[in-house]
Write a protein that binds this ligand. Structure first.
Ligand SMILES: *[C@@H]1O[C@H](CO)[C@@H](O)[C@H](O)[C@H]1NC(C)=O
Length: 341
């Protein structure tokens, strides 16, 4: 009898804890009765989800280079990059930016995975009739989608730039000591957050919302994650804030930010070192750009991948940090290399 009461009480408590603390709230989907309005162009994917996008540069019918830019963590298709008109005209570039699932005005994808990100890119490109091949630029966290494209849709790629790309400390392709040391260089609160995302994804919603411990430094506005070149860049960026920033998380943090952490730091079906050269006949190129001073992405881990993957052109930029792509001169160099090598 007592055992039964104990069991019932425990089950009741766990049920309450799940509902009250652990279960993320439902997202406020754009265009639904209590959700934010749809204000951007969107395409509907085959599974019914809508993806919001924004086009720039020359018309896609005339473009020589069609580039899909994949945004990072806590960002969106409205991310403004310093791509000059001169460069656009010279290289005849068309630029497509889109909101990854759950961000901005793109519907959440509760089954989002590393793999689903590549097929979102492919389907979006096909619905917009970009043709058989396109370039992909993956920024920071958005690099996991770019790795996914290299793995799952290599025949659709004209070239790839991984810019200050995200790393997963649990990819087994790293020597254990190397990834452990790299993780220890992060702020303790970030180490904890990444470990929770990896080992206990069901705790992420609670962890990110509790008030006893510091969770992710970036979301607290902790400046310790920025190196001097990044701080310099931030000063410049703050004078001209990106429009659309308020829409990034409007559907709720879980389906954009937290799912990024869970998917990115989770167990992958493949690792970068499993990927074979997508351009064996040199018909395109893959670049990895790493700021030497980046404190958000430890350079040792990306340098290691580049050593293991000789088909990747590795560029470690001195006196640069995580905000590399926001510097007009690096941004130009990155796009130029992508389109012309
Ligand atoms: C951008 O990079 C150049 C070097 O290529 C550097 O001289 C300049 O200071 C950087 N700009 C900012 C705002 O960091």
């Amino acid at each position: 009898m007592i055992a039964r009461i104990a069991v019932a009480t425990t089950v009741g408590f766990l049920g309450w804890a799940y509902l009250a603390l652990l279960k993320p709230p439902s997202p406020k989907v754009c265009g639904s009765p209590d959700g934010p309005p749809v204000t951007s162009r969107r395409v509907k994917l085959n599974d019914g989800r809508c993806v919001a996008y924004k086009e720039g540069g020359v018309a896609k019918e005339k473009a020589k280079h069609k580039i899909i830019i994949i945004h990072g963590f806590d960002s969106s298709k409205d991310l403004m990059l310093p791509i000059s008109q001169d460069l656009i005209q010279e290289l005849e570039i068309y630029v497509l930016q889109y909101d990854r699932a759950g961000y901005g005005e793109s519907d959440p994808h509760p089954k989002r995975s590393v793999k689903s990100e590549a097929f979102d890119v492919e389907e979006l490109a096909d619905k917009l009739q970009l043709g058989p091949k396109f370039y992909v630029v993956g920024l920071s966290m958005g690099a996991y989608s770019a790795w996914s494209c290299l793995k799952y849709i290599p025949n659709r790629l004209a070239g790839v730039a991984l810019v200050v790309p995200f790393v997963n400390y649990w990819w087994p392709c790293y020597p254990a000591k190397l990834s452990k040391q790299a993780l220890r260089k992060m702020l303790p609160q970030d180490q904890r957050t990444f470990r929770i995302a990896h080992y206990a994804p069901w705790l992420v919603h609670w962890w990110m919302n509790q008030k006893w411990f510091h969770a992710l430094s970036m979301l607290e506005g902790n400046m310790a994650i920025f190196c001097p070149p990044d701080l310099e860049m931030l000063k410049q960026l703050s004078s001209a804030p990106s429009p659309g920033q308020e829409k990034v998380r409007q559907q709720g943090e879980f389906e954009c930010l937290y799912r990024d952490l869970i998917v990115g730091f989770g167990n992958w079906d493949f690792f970068p070192t499993d990927i074979t050269n997508p351009f064996p006949d040199n018909e395109g190129s893959v670049h990895l750009w790493q700021g030497h001073d980046d404190r958000i992405i430890p350079r040792e881990l990306n340098r290691y991948l580049a050593e293991k993957l000789p088909w990747i052109q590795y560029h470690e930029v001195p006196n640069a940090g995580h905000l590399l792509m926001h510097n007009a001169s690096y941004c130009e160099t990155i796009l130029r290399k992508l389109c012309t090598s």
